[in-house]
Design a protein around this ligand. Structure first.
Ligand code: ATP
Ligand code: MG
Length: 377
């Protein structure tokens, strides 16, 4: 899939990502790489079921399949094929065999290997028919350096490119449905992720913080290690509530979030901010509102959910298993002081007038002083 000079670099990142995903899985794993295929071997005691599930979550992999390892000897290949033929065929009524030889010194050529293996399948399953054009199942026989493999059709992998090959992003992670999905989408395009959660103690509680932590932990299954920052916006929120026009409250708060997130991103070498915003979803996500928050960002703000409907975001949240956590009913810091009639057509001058009443830099500085983080994954 990957071409050109970067290929070696991507492959080495991918291998390290797979290794990391399998770190806590029982058994020892060994790796070799040929013909765009990363082959992971498990020791006899390895928990291959768990390993398979973990590998399915690693970005940069197009297809995953489980192989049966054989000696590089057709007698052994035939025997293993006969033993596993029912598993390999499942409910299929037609099949074909394909052979790949990365070891070009192997004495048999691909068509000969296919003919022998096709014969073995038919001997053991006389009910089967060969269909070379549109078979229900393809059985692949691969002859590699050390071993031969037999495998059926693979499953779709997580796709994308390996995490870490596309820089680092600072995800603004609320307890909602959208931001974990946004983090997942950006990580799938190769960004390593750190996250920042803005809390408002005592208005938001420990349960809300735990929920965000659980969401971040779920993301680590895909994204690898995540540093989750928590920053208190209590002083900011109280000051806004007592000083500024209520209808602008949400936007003013979001500008503080973006200011703080930009500073943290810069400090920890992230190249962009990521949010779960989707155009027109709520008052603070109209085009004008997005412009008002973007104006204080010092880094690009990426919004991978921008063109998705809520239903589409929910489908993704379910796929990555964050949905059930996201809908737990804890207050987040935006709901605590939500205005009754938020402004959907904010006027920049009015925003600036409101902010002129505040010590913006001081508020940001004191908020950032509360920054603390935990390492997850
Ligand atoms: P989500 O479901 O992700 O919370 P939302 O639809 O509730 O999104 P908003 O609450 O307007 O929308 O938030 C928009 C985006 O701003 C979020 O997706 C998230 O990236 C960021 N954000 C909002 N609240 C917080 C918070 N407390 N901490 C960190 N980021 C936040
Ligand atoms: Mg929210």
């Amino acid at each position: 899939m990957l071409k050109g000079l970067n290929r070696g670099y991507f492959n080495s990142i991918l291998e390290s990502r797979v290794k990391r995903a399998l770190k806590k899985v029982q058994g020892d794993f060994y790796y070799d790489y040929a013909q765009s295929t990363l082959c992971v071997w498990g020791s006899d005691d390895a928990d291959m079921d768990t390993a398979y599930e973990k590998v399915k979550k690693v970005f940069g992999i197009a297809t995953v399949c489980r192989g049966i390892a054989c000696e590089k000897d057709m007698e052994d290949v035939k025997q293993k094929l006969a033993e596993n033929v029912d598993d390999l065929l499942g409910n299929a009524k037609t099949f074909k065999c394909e052979a790949k030889r990365s070891d070009k010194k192997f004495p048999l050529k691909s068509p000969e290997i296919c003919a022998i293996c096709g014969g073995t399948v038919l001997e053991n399953r006389p009910d089967m028919r060969v269909d070379v054009i549109d078979p229900d199942q393809v059985i692949t026989i691969e002859i590699r350096d050390r071993k031969a493999f037999i495998h059926g059709r693979g499953e779709k992998g997580a796709g994308g490119v390996p995490v870490g090959s596309g820089g680092r992003a600072m995800l603004m992670l609320s307890g909602g449905i959208d931001s974990p999905v946004a983090g997942h989408m950006i990580a799938r395009r190769g960004a390593a992720i750190d996250a920042v959660y803005f809390e408002t103690p005592p208005y938001t509680g420990e349960a809300a913080a735990m929920k965000v932590r659980t969401l971040a932990e779920k993301l680590t299954e895909y994204c690898g290690e995540i540093y989750l920052h928590s920053v208190s916006l209590t002083e900011v929120q109280e000051t806004l509530a007592s000083t500024c026009k209520e209808k602008l409250f949400t936007l003013l708060l979001r500008r503080f979030m973006v200011r703080c997130a930009s500073k943290i991103a810069e400090k920890y070498n992230a190249g962009c901010l990521v949010t779960g915003e989707s155009l027109s979803q709520v008052a603070s996500q109209t085009m004008l509102s997005l412009a008002v928050t973007d104006a204080v960002a010092t880094l690009p703000v990426l919004r991978p959910c921008i063109g998705l409907d809520k239903e589409e975001i929910v489908v993704r949240a379910r796929e990555i298993d964050t949905f059930e956590t996201s809908i737990l009913p804890y207050e987040d810091c935006c709901t605590v002081f939500t205005p009754k009639h938020p402004d959907t057509r904010p006027d920049m001058e009015e925003i600036l007038e409101e902010e002129a009443k505040l010590d913006v830099d001081g508020l940001v500085e004191r908020a950032l002083a509360t920054d603390h983080f935990i390492r997850l994954g």
